[in-house]
Design a protein around this ligand. Sequence first.
Ligand code: DGL
Length: 289
Amino acid sequence: MSRSIWSGLDIKAPKELPIGVFDSGVGGLTIVKEMLNILPKESIIYLGDTARVPYGGKSCETVLRFTKEAVDFFITKGVKLLLIACNTSSSLALPYLGEDYDLAMLGVVDAGAEEAVKVSRVKRIGVIGTKATIASGIYERKIKELDSKIEVFSSSCPLFVPLVEEGWAEDAICYRIAERYLKELKNKKIDTLILGCTHYPLMKKIIQYGIGESVALIDSAKLFVKQVRRLLSNCDKLSAGVNPSYEFYVTDEANQFSQMSRLFLGSNLAQAQRVELKEHKNVSNFNKV
Ligand code: DGL
């Protein structure tokens, strides 16, 4: 059974420790941007696996192995909570991490699924994400667990990620691509669409155009961070820090990440540092879910 954000996550580490944020690359900065507003007193350690991005077309085994290596990194660093900002890792790897780790971890899927169920009036919900996220069927499962009468329609939009990274998120060319990707979903008469990928909040305008103005877009980044704040507050783990610190790590060239981060954060970052992740060999627990 995969865990829900409200399933009694046990945060054992002291509240002063930073929150870890993991993503396959730069996209998880959409979560960091929300954290800077919603959780301004929290220190953050961010890791982007830029040497191996994109995860969106990779197999479950590979995404699980890469995610485990990232979790090992955060354990070495010492964080009180690890947020898996990457939808692909949240969908393919998080359900398998289970009891292997003593670290509290949350993925972004529950927040988006729960909000979509609340928002949809006609009980027809769309989901867009990477190929791997959509193939995992996780959003559909989560939504059906919450309300079995809801119909879920999914579609992968793989070109959106490179378009955002190219800085073309609002370019004229994107309107045609969005129309093409979203045509089928539009015909399904959905009233709610989950943006199931770190990059999609940056393409909201285009996605709204492609799916139609009447469809509510669920931006899980903001919702997720709000839920994290509530969760930390409920278990008295919000930091009272006055000088939060921010550390950014990447597995490939750091300058490129820092430049691209402006697209996602709208401001300059402190320089990222390059790290080497250690190999994690144990990927044999696929049957736990
Ligand atoms: N961060 C990934 C996600 O949210 C998008 C980029 C990738 O494919 O790695 O699914």
